[in-house]
Design a protein around this ligand. Structure first.
Ligand SMILES: [Zn+2]
Length: 367
């Protein structure tokens, strides 16, 4: 039938890549042309764009996995992409990638970007080693999303770095963790993939990074906590540029058995008592906690305390009051203290002595 003949011509593109005898063939088929999703695929994405994306995803993955010769790669002659009405988003099986036309129909937002990210993820499944079936599923999915991360097709709903409960939770959680591991050793994910050609062992992490994967996960979580705490403190202190900040290349968080809750030492180490495992607390640091809505239940209420410089929660509450009189006060105070400290700083910034401010503060709360 003429109609069927035309259908085949318009929906099937076969192309052998010009890479010599190991050329990979890419085939794109739209089996959902009569449905809304299939029509949207033709209008907003198209067979030619899809085919080009299969080629570029493959080249990206080979480069990322450091598979420079055909001997390094899985022996795949032909990859087929099928658009069809099915369930879920997409899956890869037997060198075929299936994408749900209903998902294309329903997707709101940057459809082309999302579709491209999905193809990078599924194409990774075509090329990655799975340890002869022994690699945990979460790691398989994490590597596929790691490729998507590195190709910069990151959906907005992904977790932020440091989030998640387990290293092998899969998808974005594991992808972010692998990105951390990769920052410790450039090419880590490529080497891990190479090792999984014939099998899988959790020892691969120890061999490549000299730490077991649980320890790496703990380090990763702690590092991201420090990073977000630092970002938060810089925001509170209005340190928007490098020049505004203390010159600090490295910060170390040490969990140890000690007597105090925590202390910071001169060489940018934060020591936290493992017996307490709270946050560190001292004057301005406690103000930061207050702002972060992390005030512990045992803190004094606003207006309580005997002296403004009593420290900890008492001073933090007082500084919060001062900050309400002049937004950004604590940030300015901190900036001025870079050069030295004088009680006149309060007069300069708020037009009153600190003792007067303390009296006003106490009066406001009827104390
Ligand atoms: Zn997957």
């Amino acid at each position: 039938m003429a109609y069927n003949h035309m259908f085949l011509l318009s929906s099937l593109v076969v192309l052998a890549a010009l890479h010599g005898i190991h050329a990979v063939e890419y085939v794109v088929t739209n089996n959902a042309e009569n449905s809304t999703g299939g029509v949207r695929f033709n209008n907003d994405i198209g067979i030619e764009y899809s085919r080009q994306t299969l080629v570029s995803a493959t080249e990206f993955i080979w480069r990322l996995f450091q598979q420079n010769t055909p001997a390094d790669r899985k022996d795949v002659q032909r990859v087929t992409l099928i658009i069809e009405n099915t369930d879920g988003i997409a899956y890869a099986e037997n060198d075929e990638i299936h994408v749900n036309a209903n998902y294309i129909k329903e997707y709101s937002g940057d459809l082309k970007g999302e579709f491209t990210g999905v193809l990078y993820h599924e194409m990774t499944h075509i090329w990655q080693w799975n340890g002869n079936g022994q690699t945990p599923g979460g790691l398989i999915e994490g590597i596929a999303d790691f490729v998507r991360l590195k190709a910069n097709y990151i959906p907005s709903h992904w977790v932020q770095p440091g989030q998640g409960d387990r290293w092998d939770q899969g998808y974005d959680v594991t992808a972010r963790f692998l990105d951390y591991c990769n920052s410790l050793r450039n090419g880590f994910v490529a080497e891990l993939n190479k090792k999984m050609r014939s099998g899988y062992s959790a020892d691969f992490f120890v061999e490549l990074l000299r730490n077991n994967v649980d320890q790496l996960w703990t380090d990763y979580k702690a590092k991201e906590t420090l990073t977000s705490a630092t970002d938060f403190i810089w925001r509170i202190f209005q340190r928007n540029t490098e020049a505004d900040r203390k010159d600090m290349q490295k910060m170390t968080l040490i969990i140890e058995n000690g007597n105090s809750i925590a202390f910071t030492s001169l060489n940018n180490e934060i020591h936290v008592n493992a017996n307490y495992l709270g946050s560190y607390s001292e004057g301005i640091a406690d103000f930061v906690r207050l702002r972060a809505d992390l005030a512990p239940s045992h803190w004094v209420q606003p207006g309580q305390g005997d002296r403004w410089d009593q420290g900890y929660d008492v001073t933090a509450r007082f500084l919060d009051y001062c900050n309400s009189l002049r937004n950004g006060l604590v940030a300015e105070l901190d900036q001025k203290m870079r050069r030295g400290y004088s009680a006149d700083l309060f007069v300069e910034l708020l037009g009153k002595t600190v003792d007067q401010l303390w009296s006003d503060y106490k009066a406001q709360y009827g104390n």
